[in-house]
Design a protein around this ligand. Structure first.
Ligand code: ADP
Ligand code: 5GP
Length: 230
């Protein structure tokens, strides 16, 4: 809010700092087990980003919490949401349905926030189609297929047949890496996280997201007395 008690120069500075912020949509995808949830949660823990909690028809894992990890819904409810056009994107992944609420995306962008998505390549593609200028797409690669399998097994959250299905789908998912802006190899977790963090920070500095700030500063500069002629 403008403060009338401020001197004209200070008023201008206040206007500059209140230039509208432009958020973006940070999509993180990978084959199951490569570490995207680990990396996404770490980023959400360090920075003020909104984690998009998806809707899914998958059954909750033993450590998952309704509303925190997913909104777990029945197939009927999911179908109803599709019919009501409540999803920005949705897809069938490993035999279950997953979707992102359009309200989550719209609210984050309206508030100038960064919204973080842990979704598959089908979802990433749909988000990019609808918000091309706002989308930043990162694909997480495991260091090897052997290590991917080891991680899926040691996570111990899925039955053997579910793990087999996820490993079998990994090849097909990997073929979509070319649709992404950034690739991160998640070998050493700290190094992979440092890379994701750098992408997040750089994406916030992109010119398209700071145009209002630059324009506001330009107006402030133009309003100052012209430099004396030499
Ligand atoms: P995704 O969300 O891609 O399915 P997760 O984040 O659940 O993957 O990670 C799968 C498993 O691998 C988890 O047990 C996680 O703790 C572990 N993990 C993640 N990154 C690494 C890493 N760099 N090195 C070793 N284990 C990792
Ligand atoms: P999981 O069952 O391991 O939590 O997730 C399985 C896959 O579904 C992962 O690739 C995850 O990124 C993806 N996924 C989770 N939520 C969504 C979503 O809302 N939309 C899409 N398209 N994929 C999702």
């Amino acid at each position: 809010m403008m403060n009338d008690a401020l001197a004209p120069d200070e008023k201008q500075r206040e206007m500059t700092s209140s230039a509208p912020r432009h958020g973006f949509l940070l999509v993180i995808s990978s084959p199951s087990g490569a570490g995207k949830t680990t990396l996404a949660r770490r980023l959400a823990g360090e920075f003020d980003v909104r984690f998009s909690v998806s809707f899914t028809t998958r059954a909750p894992r033993k450590n998952e919490v309704q509303g925190r990890d997913y909104h777990f819904v029945t197939r009927e409810r999911f179908a109803q949401m599709v019919d009501n056009r409540e999803f920005a994107e949705w897809a069938i992944v490993h035999g279950n349905q997953y979707g992102t609420a359009i309200a989550t995306v719209n609210a984050a962008l309206a508030d100038g926030e960064v919204c973080l998505f842990d979704i598959d390549y089908q979802g990433g593609r749909q988000i990019r189609q609808q918000w091309p200028a706002e989308s930043v797409l990162c694909f997480i690669l495991p260091p090897s297929m052997k290590e991917l399998e080891r991680r899926l097994r040691q996570r111990a959250t899925d039955a053997n047949d579910v793990i087999e299905r996820r490993l079998a789908t990994a090849h097909q998912e990997l073929t979509h890496y070319g649709e992404y802006d950034y690739l991160i190899v998640n070998d050493k977790l700290d190094q992979a996280y440092a890379q994701l963090r750098a992408i997040y920070i750089a994406a916030g500095c992109a010119r398209v997201r700071n145009d209002a700030m630059a324009q506001s500063l330009l107006r402030e500069a133009a309003a100052r007395p012209a430099a004396p002629k030499p």
